[in-house]
Design a protein around this ligand. Structure first.
Ligand code: ZN
Ligand code: ZN
Length: 622
């Protein structure tokens, strides 16, 4: 007759009395759930769930604290609004199982049927606010609700999650070992989004999983992926990519959106490493789109653990261009395998371990870009300086792409690291190598001399500053830089471009090009440029002037018209080595010796130079 007596509650919310009936919580296996226990207590004493909870909290029972805590923190998230249950097991046991209160554990761990959370009659949601433990508020027994078998993977997931919630381990889904219940729930939400191809959104609270019609879906999908890890995950990613709208294709970020970021933000801990490894395997095996620069940092970390990497990743590891790697693959220098993409395109993957074992052999050298970066030297200057300093370099000029010998780059790297550290303020002015190259040593000869000085350690004083240990950031004594600049200005031939040479001669550009073509004016070729460029020097110009003379200059010299001069020379047996009729040069060019001989024949053997006496003689002789 205990049920006829009401508990002593003075006003709502204030607990002043005690239960009349207080059965103990069922602690046999399976354990009675905390919410279920409070509900049973409320039912037997004919009070509401909230009042029973308050009374129990006042008494300090562990079950009450569990319910209360679950509303406050995530230590053990529980679903506290909706009461999920297994009609069959509720009927046979007569109490609420702890397992039913664990989010996403949607299959009954005892009988393997899906849990239910709605009344079989009125279809209303069964909550802890109802009046009776075993009845819906509509009066129908909860035990009458229909229930069906769940798939084995969902039952296994339930068992694992319940075990995690109860602080036990279960020998299934070992990927979840070591994860907290909360982490397990977030992971399942993620996997379900990938497998279900729904936009991934981070779980804000586990209450999002409390309605079974939604959470069944998540549990089923996640369980299926976990059951066949990582194959099912990789297949899901493939399917996701295959169903992505055409406009998004080709970009990892656009195709996978938040799910892609989640791998490196929401799941960044080492306990989730297995997910990044699986994603990396997917990328290595099936991703055919480009890998954007901004993804590369992330992917290089991923690719460390990939067994097979695409050409782009291999190229980055070998510090080669993708083109170089592809050509080595074609020549059979790197063993590879071929994969078929979604669209049926064949692509190449390379074994990671092979790359690691053979990196030094396969890597013929640094690319210009990479060498510039590791040395902190401007690429535009390196283009000219490397061929001057390092004859073994393979550059685009002598066929192929840049391959700067590793040893050469390493030597420069080492010398920068080994440089004395600058401490305190030096008594003289300093200049960083980069700055010297940019502003002071604009001539390649001077810049090359500086780098030679650094390598030989002679004639240059240099230091490294704290935190900077690349060649470009070494500090040189300003005085030494000035010395280099001066010596470069005085010594060494200065390259004179052919248009500048034309201005020096006072002739049109095409005349100079004709002189070069006819082999009269010597040129050198600057191969450091993107296109080999011809240039001449003061020395070659002096040599030309010692050997040849322009008809125009002779005419000016003797105060005659060019036409008259040409006729006089022709009359005396001197033919032009270049001219409109000789090699298509617009200016007449004579061999100085031949002119002198002709003059000597006419004016006597002593006259071998075009001096003023001869000038007078020509004037008289004409
Ligand atoms: Zn059951
Ligand atoms: Zn009902």
């Amino acid at each position: 007759m205990q049920h006829s007596v009401s508990p002593v509650i003075a006003e709502e919310g204030a607990v002043v009395g005690c239960f009349l009936v207080r059965p103990p919580r069922k602690i046999e296996v399976p354990l009675e759930g905390a919410c279920g226990y409070i509900m049973r207590l409320a039912d037997e004493n004919r009070v509401g769930f909230v009042d029973a909870l308050k009374l129990e909290l006042a008494l300090g029972t562990p079950a009450a604290w569990e319910v209360f805590k679950s509303q406050l923190d995530a230590a053990r998230p529980r679903l506290t609004r909706i009461a999920r249950y297994c009609p069959q097991c509720l009927a046979t046991r007569g109490y609420w199982l702890d397992a039913w209160e664990v989010p996403l554990a949607d299959a009954c761990t005892e009988c393997g049927r899906w849990l239910v959370d709605t009344c079989g009659s009125c279809a209303g949601r069964v909550t802890w606010r109802r009046r009776s433990l075993l009845h819906c508020d509509c009066g129908i027994s909860l035990l009458a609700a229909p229930s069906v078998d769940a798939p084995p993977s969902a039952i296994a997931l339930s068992r694992k999650l319940v075990a995690r919630a109860q602080g036990r381990d279960a020998p299934i889904f070992s990927l979840l070992d070591g994860l907290s219940l909360n982490q397990c729930l977030h992971l399942c939400q993620f996997l379900a989004a990938v497998a279900g191809r729904t936009a991934y959104r981070k779980l804000r609270s586990v209450s999002e999983l409390e309605q079974l019609d939604w959470s069944w879906n998540v549990a089923t999908l996640a369980a299926a992926v976990l059951e066949d890890w990582p194959n099912a995950f990789i297949q899901s990613l493939q399917a996701w990519n295959a169903h992505a709208p055409e406009v998004l294709r080709g970009s990892l970020i656009r195709v996978f959106g938040r799910a892609y970021y989640a791998l490196h933000a929401d799941f960044q801990g080492p306990e989730f490493e297995f997910m990044r490894v699986a994603f990396g395997s997917y990328v290595a095996q099936y991703w055919t789109g480009s890998i954007a620069k901004r993804n590369r940092a992330v992917l290089s970390e991923l690719s460390e653990s990939m067994a097979w990497v695409p050409v782009a990743v291999a190229a980055r590891r070998l510090r080669l261009t993708a083109k170089q790697v592809r050509s080595m693959v074609n020549k059979g220098e790197i063993p590879s395998e071929s994969r078929l993409s979604q669209k049926g395109r064949r692509f190449i993957v390379i074994n990671s371990q092979y790359l690691r074992d053979n990196a030094s052999r396969l890597r013929p050298g640094y690319t210009l870009q990479h060498a510039s970066r590791v040395l902190s030297l401007p690429e535009s200057r390196m283009r000219h300086l490397v061929p001057m300093l390092c004859p073994e370099v393979q550059s685009p000029v002598n066929g192929g792409t840049w391959a700067i010998p590793v040893a050469w780059v390493e030597k420069l790297k080492e010398l920068a690291v080994a440089a004395p550290l600058l401490t305190g303020k030096p008594p003289f002015r300093l200049c960083m190598v980069q700055t010297a190259l940019r502003t002071k040593l604009t001539k390649n000869a001077a810049a090359a001399e500086m780098l030679r000085g650094l390598v030989s350690g002679r004639g240059l004083r240099y230091w490294r500053t704290k935190g900077n240990s690349t060649v470009g950031k070494l500090c040189l004594a300003w005085e030494d830089v000035c010395t280099l600049e001066r010596s470069a200005a005085s010594a060494g031939p200065t390259a004179i471009s052919l248009p500048n040479a034309a201005r020096k001669f006072g002739v049109k550009d095409e005349v100079i090009y004709a002189l070069v073509r006819l082999g009269l004016l010597r040129v050198d070729v600057d191969r450091g440029r993107q296109r080999p460029t011809q240039y001449t020097t003061d020395r070659w110009i002096d040599l030309f002037r010692a050997e040849y003379v322009l008809g125009r200059d002779l005419a000016n010299h003797f105060g005659r018209s060019p036409r008259y001069m040409a006729a006089w020379l022709a009359r005396n047996g001197v033919s032009a080595v270049a001219g409109p009729d000789a090699g298509g040069c617009r200016q007449l060019v004579y061999r100085r010796g031949a002119v002198a001989v002709a003059l000597g024949d006419v004016f006597g053997p002593g006259c071998t130079s075009l001096d003023t006496r001869v000038e007078d003689a020509i004037g008289e002789g004409s």
